[in-house]
Design a protein around this ligand. Structure first.
Ligand SMILES: *Cc1c(COP(=O)(O)O)cnc(C)c1O
Length: 386
């Protein structure tokens, strides 16, 4: 893959835009035509040429070409959020009476899409421990139409043996959707392993600066045409031309950001692994991860998210630890320039989240672009307070 060509050149056709080095923002809802014949031609091809911006916008189209090329896909569709992309990918393959098999702990709103929203429309889901291929096989019913995967998944970073699950699905005529947000297309290429549709929250690494929300879906041209004519155009959760431009800008540095994050995270994890106040580290690229070998087989390198279990006497100590970290902002999400922490003790004593399967001494971290030494020093002083 010629990554720098994709990120810097592909789709930009600068000769059509006065040699503009930066892709122009086509901030227009609609496009007009010199004749009825020309209007008719465009209407017949709403996915590929400008007619109305919900279907095709030239700025968004540049972004879609780049994202498809990064995933090694024939086509990509960009949405207003990762959740919109997940919903379109999942819904496109289902009708009432169908059954879905999904990883046990998917991204929270993916779980709710299946267990709450689609359940109302007669779609049933079985949530399984996706680490074992035989669990996917055992959960299949005659009505199973979709496997929903996320590898590694959110918070606890379990992996699926992607080629094995994809080949099982193929043998049973079941469609596979995989959320690849954790790894990015630079570090993991699920379509090449037999997955049908890859989805991303582009609010994370792909845009990379914590300044926008968007999602992407990558697949074959045929599937993309079906989804375009169905969920994409009818639900209409599209990205704005301005935000597409922001994401094109964010992508310029994707490769160096991912390398920096991988190197810094390895250093931070190495510091934490030997610290007496850290009970356990959960990171696919750490030797203690039960699927470390699989992670190395499926992914080029690690990324910035990992979790730890603190050796803390009580919840108050965990709160003190998190409150005293100065370089890890207390916030959700990840993939931007800034390092983050999401302490699970936040979900305790909260009316909205009375239940979580995760323990109160669990903290999910994201390592951003700061100097790793600064992050390590910050962790050191906070751990000393436990
Ligand atoms: C954030 C996230 C999503 C949802 O994406 P939004 O852009 O926030 O809608 C989906 N999957 C994973 C793994 C995520 O981390």
């Amino acid at each position: 893959m010629d990554i720098s060509h994709i990120l810097n050149e592909l789709g930009e056709e600068r000769e059509r835009h006065y040699g503009s080095v930066s892709t122009p923002v086509y901030q227009s809802s609609n496009f007009c035509f010199p004749s009825v014949a020309a209007m008719r031609t465009s209407l017949e091809d709403e996915m590929d040429v400008p007619f109305y911006t919900r279907g095709h916008n030239p700025t968004v189209a540049v972004l879609q070409q780049k994202l498809a090329a990064l995933e090694g896909a024939e086509a990509a569709l960009v949405f207003a959020s990762g959740s919109a992309a997940v919903a379109a990918a999942v819904m496109s393959g289902l009708q009432a009476g169908d059954h879905v098999v999904c990883v046990q702990k998917p991204y929270s709103w993916t779980g709710k899409l299946l267990s709450k929203v689609l359940k109302r429309y007669g779609v049933d889901t079985t949530f399984i421990d996706g680490t074992l291929v035989e669990n996917w096989d055992a959960a299949c019913l005659p009505t199973t139409r979709l496997f929903m995967m996320e590898s590694p998944n959110s918070m606890t970073f379990e992996l699926q043996d992607i080629p094995a699950v994809a080949s099982l699905a193929k043998s049973r005529g079941i469609r596979t959707v995989l959320d690849n947000s954790y790894a990015t297309p630079l570090n993991q290429q699920p379509l090449q392993m037999g997955i049908d549709i890859v989805v991303h929250s582009a609010s994370k690494y792909l845009s990379g600066h914590s300044d926008m929300v968007a999602g992407v879906l990558c697949c074959s041209r045929k599937l993309a045409e079906d989804i375009f004519a169905g969920e994409f155009m009818t639900l209409g959760g599209i990205v704005s031309p301005n935000e597409a431009w922001l994401m094109i800008r964010g992508l310029r540095t994707l490769s160096i950001r991912m390398d920096r994050v991988a190197q810094s995270t390895a250093k931070v994890v190495a510091f934490l692994e030997q610290h007496p106040k850290v009970e356990r580290i959960i990171y696919p690229f750490h030797a203690s991860h039960p699927q470390h070998d699989l992670a190395r087989k499926l992914m080029r390198q690690g990324t910035g998210q990992f979790s730890i279990l603190l050796k803390a006497p009580d919840l108050a100590a965990c709160e003190r630890f998190s409150d005293s970290l100065k370089r890890f902002l207390l916030a959700c999400s990840w993939g931007g320039h800034e390092s983050l922490q999401f302490p699970i003790c936040t979900l305790y004593k909260s009316q909205n989240y009375a239940e979580t399967p995760l323990p109160w001494n669990f903290v999910r971290f994201y390592v951003g672009l700061e100097e790793p030494e600064v992050l390590i020093a910050d962790l050191e002083q906070a751990l000393a307070l436990l």
